[in-house]
Design a protein around this ligand. Structure first.
Ligand SMILES: [Zn+2]
Length: 65
């Protein structure tokens, strides 16, 4: 079996905090369009060759206990 070197595109939702208003919203990691904050319209993510470049702060998901 020959595995391709390129990792599989793993799509997921990220919790991204807006640097301006601290609103946390879900951003698709492979969004093909720019993602803006719903509150202040600040750019949170932009497409960068398949995977999104996240411009806001990525918040780690809450741990399930
Ligand atoms: Zn905002």
């Amino acid at each position: 079996m020959s595995e391709p070197v390129i990792p599989k595109p793993k799509s997921e939702f990220l919790q991204v905090e807006c640097p301006d208003c601290n609103k946390v919203q879900r951003v698709f990691s492979h969004a093909s369009t720019e993602v803006k904050c719903l509150v202040c319209n600040c750019l949170l993510a932009k497409p960068a060759g398949g995977k999104c470049k996240i411009l806001g702060k990525i918040v780690t998901p809450e741990k399930k206990e």
